[in-house]
Design a binder for this molecule. Sequence first.
Ligand code: ATP
Ligand code: MG
Length: 483
Amino acid sequence: MTDVPEIPVGPGPAAETELEAPDILDRSRHRISRRDIDPDCLKVLYRLNGHGFIAYLVGGAVRDLMLGRRPADFDVGTNAHPNQIKKLFRNAFLIGRRFRLAHVRFQGGKVIEVSTFRRKPDEEELAAEREEAAARAVEPAEAAPPDGAGETDGRPDQTAGSEGEAAPEEAGGGTAGPRPGRLPLKPIAYGTPREDAFRRDLTINALFYDIATFSVIDYVGGLEDLAAGRIRIIGDPDVSYAEDPVRIWRVLRHASRLGFGIEERTAEAIARHVHRLDSCSGARLYEELNKDMKSGSIRPFIQACRAHGVLPHVLGNIGEIYQASDNAFERLTFLLGALDASIGSGGAPPPEVAYGLLLWPWAEPLLAAIRGDKPKVLYDAFRGVGAAATVPKALLLETVHTLAIVDQMLRALADGQMRWALKERPHYPEASRIASLLVEGAFGTCEDPFSVIYRNRFGARPRSKPHRHRRRRKSVPPPPPAD
Ligand code: ATP
Ligand code: MG
C-alpha cells in the first residue's frame, strides 16, 4: 500500500474541520448504482482507493447519474498527485503544463480523466490556465499516443515504480517543456476535496461520489439545486464570470440541456459579463460550440443564447442578425430542431451539414446575391463577420461548398434547369440532405433525396439545363450584284 500523500493546502480556509460539514447522502438515500458507472472508471476508482488515496467520481457524471441520465464522460478526482497516478496506471498520460491531468486510456480509445484535487486559482494561475485551455483546444492531448495505442487492462504498471516526482519544468509527463513565449511555471496549487468543489462552475457540477463509502458528498448546495431543477454558479457570479466567461456558456448549456431554470443572480450577472466572451480564445469557443452542435440540444441552447444576448458575442454579425431578426431566428430554430432530432435518433449528420444549418439563414440571401465564385465570396464573408469562435478553415470550406450547391439546387427547383454535373461534386450528398430539409421540412432518408424531389416536380427524367448551342446562321445568299 502506498502512503496517503500530504496534500499542500493553498491560501483560503485553513482547516477542513473548522468548515461547515458537507451534506452526505449515504448509499440508501441516492440513486447512483455502480452498475451505471463505466467499468473502466470503476477500475480506476478502486485502484486509487486500494492504494490509500481518496477516489471520487466527480463533475458531470455525478450530476447525470443523480438525474438518471447517461453521462457523456466519467471523470475522477483524487488526492493522489499526477506522478503517483502515473505510477499506478501503466497507461496514464499526463497532459497540461501546470495543472497536470492524467488521461488513463483504455480499449477503443476510451479515456478516463483523473485529476488531483485543486483549489481555486489566483489571478496569475487563472491567466496561465486560460492559456493552457486555449492551447489544449488547438492541440488536444499532446502527450497521448494515437488512438488505441498502448491500451491498458487497468493493472498497475510495475515498470513505472522507480519514477520520481517530475519537476514542474517537466510537466506534461513526456511532453516537451515550456515553449518560448509561454508563462513561466509556478508551484502547483493542489487543494482539498472541499476546495476542489468550490473551484468548479455550477453547484450541480460539484458533487462527489465516494467509492469508499458509496455516498454522495455535497459541499456547495448542489443536491438542493438538482432537486429544484436550478442552475446556480458557485459563489458570486460576477466574480466567477470575470474569472472565466466561458462559464456563461456553460450556464446556458446546462440549463437548456436539462430544461432547468437559472437562479436569479446567476442569470442577472450574464448581461454584465457577456462582452468578455469576445476576448476568449477563438479555439476554445469553437470547442465549446462544437460540443453543443453535437449534443442533440443545440436548438434550446441557441434559444437560451438569444434570450441572454449572447449570440453576437459568439457569431459576430451573424449572431447580430439572429439576435435582431425574428424571421431569420425562426428559420434557424427550425433547422437546428431538425439537427437535434437527427442526432437524437442516432443519425448525426456530418459537421458540414450541422454548420451548414447553423449558417443557412445568414448565407441564403448572400448566396442569392453573389455573382461569380459563390463559395469563395461566402468564405470571405464569414471571415469578415467577426465571429469569436474560430471555425477551422477546412470545416468552413466544406460548409461553404456544400451551401453553394444547396443554393443551386433550390434555384433548379424553381426553374427546372438542373445541372446534373453537380452530382460529381464532393459535397453533393450533404447538400442533397440539406435541400430536402429546406424543401420538405424533414431530412430525406434516401441516398439522394434532392433528385427524388426534383423528379417528382419535373417528371421522371430529370431535365438537364440545355446546353447553349450556337445557332447556325442560315447561309444567306449574297445579294445579287448591282447592275
Ligand atoms: P458534459 O456532460 O458536457 O461533459 P460536464 O459538466 O461534465 O458536462 P466537462 O466539460 O466535462 O463538463 O467538465 C467536467 C467538470 O469540470 C464540470 O462538471 C465542472 O465541475 C468542471 N468545470 C468544467 N469547466 C469549468 C469551468 N470553466 N470552470 C469551473 N469548473 C469547470
Ligand atoms: Mg463531462
